[in-house]
Design a protein around this ligand. Structure first.
Ligand code: AMP
Length: 302
């Protein structure tokens, strides 16, 4: 059993406090960016980060730029004390928890990172501007924290892809590490938004992960079998309002054609009551295929 450091992390709320605290972290430093309301998914990212780096910084910032006007920014769960406790239990060195005026001292930034066409599909179609806002804050937090490596969850597959693309396309000196989706025992992907679910919504929400499991089980037979198997689960749950169920190439996010064999992303989004949830699983289509935890590092375009 490994012993865990339980020193209370330094809390930085301003740029000056962050700069000062950062000068004491002299070794390799890994960063986990969050919007707070930490759960076991976030804790897993922190543990992975700790394995690889001498120091870990966790950022807690509810980024207004990535929420649409009709989205849940005002009711998003805020649980700073228990977030800090999780950070303490996991030996986090530094928590950067700024307010929006610290991150955006001049108000909404006129210059932003554009996600490009990959930001317009899937989640981007339901949430216009979301990925530009997300990439802008990720870029800023990369600069402010000056991390060597940044840990992100496979749970947000399109976000992860876009961050990788940003780092590659505009040459950020950063290493991006992906961590498999952490699930509840019954399969529901952990999410801060799960706290919105009523007991019956939560029961309905299980159709998302079940659809992914059913789809992945058909991966040997090819794309249409995957889509058919996943859809068959979703249609049995009329209370889930499905936004999309797709089987796409993991780097182009284009639907894979029927002849396609190799790595693909099976992704779903839907609304249970008033709560919108997303889930996905990497799958390999074709002989020896099936569910994967995570993609291999390099995936060639179709
Ligand atoms: P959030 O606080 O929801 O913005 O998430 C912060 C980070 O935690 C992102 O990189 C997410 O992909 C990751 N994350 C959230 N939920 C999970 C989960 N269930 N499993 C793995 N990573 C997760």
């Amino acid at each position: 059993m490994t012993t865990q450091a339980t020193t209370t992390p330094v809390i930085a709320r301003t740029r000056d406090e962050l700069r000062e605290a950062r000068t004491h972290l002299t070794g390799q430093t890994a960063v986990v960016m969050t919007m707070g309301a930490l759960h076991e998914g976030h804790a897993t990212l922190i543990r992975e980060a700790r394995k690889d780096a001498e120091h870990v910084i966790v950022t807690i910032f509810l980024n207004p730029l990535q929420f649409g006007p009709k989205e849940d920014l005002s009711k998003y769960p805020r649980t700073f004390d228990s977030d800090l406790e999780i950070c303490r239990e996991h030996g986090v060195d530094l928590v950067f928890a700024p307010t929006p005026d610290v991150v955006y001292p001049d108000g909404d930034p006129g210059v932003r990172i554009s996600a490009g066409p990959l930001g317009d599909v899937l989640e981007g179609q339901s949430r216009p501007g979301h990925f530009d806002g997300m990439l802008t804050v990720v870029a800023k937090l990369m600069h402010l924290t000056r991390g060597d490596a940044f840990y992100f969850g496979q749970k947000d597959a399109q976000q992860l892809l876009l961050i990788r693309r940003m780092v590659r396309d505009i040459d950020f000196p950063a290493r991006v590490v992906s961590v498999p989706t952490v699930r509840e025992e019954d399969g529901l992907a952990m999410s801060s938004r799960n706290t919105y679910l009523t007991d019956s919504d939560r029961e309905v929400a299980l159709c998302l992960s079940r659809a992914l499991t059913a789809g992945a089980a058909a991966a040997i037979e090819g794309p249409s079998a995957v889509r058919r198997a996943a859809r068959a689960v979703l249609v049995r749950e009329p209370l889930a309002l499905i936004d999309y169920l797709v089987l796409v190439h993991p780097t182009t996010l284009q639907d894979v054609p029927e002849w396609y064999r190799g790595e693909a992303l099976l992704a779903v989004a839907g609304r249970m009551g008033t709560t919108r949830l997303i889930d996905n699983t990497p799958v390999v289509i074709g002989p020896g295929g099936g569910r994967r935890e995570i993609f291999s590092e390099t995936v060639e375009p179709v």
